[in-house]
Each structure stands twice: as structure tokens, then as C-alpha cells.
Design a protein around this ligand. Structure first.
Ligand SMILES: [Zn+2]
Length: 269
């Protein structure tokens, strides 16, 4: 009996284990695109209906045009690296929402929101590209799905089941927001540091592929440090992220490798 159980375990593990492209990290993902994408598109639409879009036309256009260029780079990478079917399923969209939070996120299938609160941290188009690259990288690497696949979230009631039936209850919405970093529930995530470092690296490759200045990724985190210093309490998501200092070091050290990779992927047809 024990043997059968362990064989079953290995089988489930092999089926649901895959590798993150570019970084090569092994990940668990029990949730398929066909389950996640309809939910993602519905949640995104619902979020936009409930929140106010920014009326700042200049900033909105910057977010949309940077998003278009970054997504083109990601699309190019996917099509050149055996991910054509996945690329076809993306429905890229970029919106700037009126909200003081220092946050931005990307749901599966390329649904991006920037909050106006993060725009001073971005400061310029290269800064927007750094944050955009990072958020898109979370979606590209399927970090949210991995979070859903974690035992922690499974115990909360099985989001995968809810996804399959498109159940729309408050609990499902809460788990969804936790997995994708909408709102401030990010503090509960177990995978945070690994995911953040991975998104920093992938994001840097994508922003270089799209023709932006990668040094600005470092400056974004320097500004983030300065702008959150002296605040009574740092935003909740910052406390689970790697420290800004560590992040800046990692990004600086990764820069030559990111340039090499971006050049290689931009050459591929
Ligand atoms: Zn992140």
C-alpha cells in the first residue's frame, strides 16, 4: 500500500512539475491555463469595473506604450522558444488605476494594472519598464499558479476546484487576490522571496529586449527605499520582499548576464 501511494505521489509530481523558462527553476503547478485564464479575464474585468481609471492621459499612455513594447518582447521570446500555443492565449492589456498604493500586478494571460501610487517610484519610462518587466515576469513564470498549488492555499479551500466551476464567492476572490498580489494580502505568501528575485531577473531581460535602460531597475529600488523610509510602517508587501538593498545588489550583479540573454533572445527568430 505504501508503495502504491509513493508511486502515485511521484506520478502526480512528474505531471505537475515543470521548469521556469530562462531561469530553469523547477516549479509545481497543478492549475492549467484552461482553468486559470477564463477566471483571470473575468477577475480583471470585474476589478476595472469597481476601480477608477486614472484621468492623467500622459501617464496612462506611458503605461500602455511601455506595456506594448515589453509584451512584444515576451511574445517574441515565447514564439521562439516552443511556447507558441501559450503566446496565442495571451490577451495583453495595460491600465493605470487611481489608487495611492505602491503597487502594480499582472494576472495570467497578460492583464496588467499599475496604481498611480507607484508612478513616482517609476519616475520615467525606463522606470515604468522596470516595474512592467517585473510584473509581467511574475505572470510569465506563473508564480500565482504556483502559489495556488502550494499546500497553504490548497488548504484554504481548493481554489483549483473553484476555478474549474468558476465559482464566484468572496473566498474564491480572496484567494485569487492573494495569489496575484491584488490588494495587500501579499504578506501571507510563502514563496515571496524566490519569486521576487526571479521576477527581478526575468524583468530585466525583458526590459533590455524591449530597448529600455536596465540601470533604471536599480534606480527604481533606490527610489523605493527613499520613498518608504520614515513612513510609520512600510507597505505590507515590502516586508516580505527581499530587502531593497539586497535587491539592488542582485540586479547590479545580474546586469551583464541579462544583457547577454536579451541579445541572444533578440537574435532568435
Ligand atoms: Zn513582485
Amino acid at each position: 500500500m505504501k508503495k502504491i501511494i509513493s508511486i502515485l505521489f511521484i506520478a502526480v509530481y512528474l505531471v505537475s512539475c515543470s521548469t521556469v523558462p530562462i531561469t530553469g527553476r523547477k516549479r509545481m503547478n497543478f492549475v492549467s491555463d484552461s482553468q486559470v485564464l477564463p477566471m483571470s479575464f473575468a477577475q480583471y474585468k470585474g476589478f476595472l469595473a469597481k476601480n477608477k481609471l486614472s484621468t492623467n492621459a500622459r501617464m496612462t499612455n506611458e503605461v500602455k506604450s511601455v506595456g506594448a513594447r515589453i509584451s512584444k518582447a515576451v511574445d517574441k521570446f515565447m514564439r521562439a522558444n516552443g511556447m507558441k500555443a501559450e503566446a496565442d492565449r495571451y490577451r495583453w492589456e495595460f491600465n493605470l488605476v487611481e489608487d495611492k498604493q505602491l503597487n502594480a500586478w499582472c494576472m495570467p494571460g497578460g492583464k496588467v494594472v499599475f496604481y498611480t501610487g507607484i508612478m513616482p517610484v517609476c519616475d520615467n519610462v525606463n522606470g515604468i519598464a522596470a516595474v512592467m518587466g517585473h510584473e509581467v515576469a511574475h505572470a510569465f513564470a506563473k508564480h500565482g499558479q504556483e502559489r495556488m498549488s502550494s499546500a497553504q492555499i490548497q488548504q484554504l479551500g481548493g481554489l483549483a476546484v473553484a476555478l474549474g466551476t468558476m465559482k464566484k464567492d468572496p473566498k474564491t476572490a480572496q484567494m485569487w487576490n492573494m495569489a496575484y498580489g491584488v490588494g495587500s494580502k501579499l504578506g501571507m505568501l510563502a514563496y515571496s522571496r524566490t519569486h521576487e528575485t526571479e521576477a527581478d531577473k526575468l524583468g530585466m531581460v525583458f526590459m533590455i529586449m524591449a530597448g529600455y535602460d536596465p540601470k533604471e531597475a536599480v534606480n527604481v529600488w533606490i527610489r523605493m527605499s527613499q520613498m518608504t523610509k520614515g513612513a510609520n510602517k512600510p507597505p505590507e508587501f515590502l516586508s516580505t520582499h527581499p530587502s531593497n538593498q539586497r535587491r539592488i545588489q542582485t540586479l547590479r550583479a545580474f546586469l551583464p548576464e541579462a544583457k547577454r540573454l536579451a541579445e541572444k533572445y533578440n537574435r532568435s527568430k
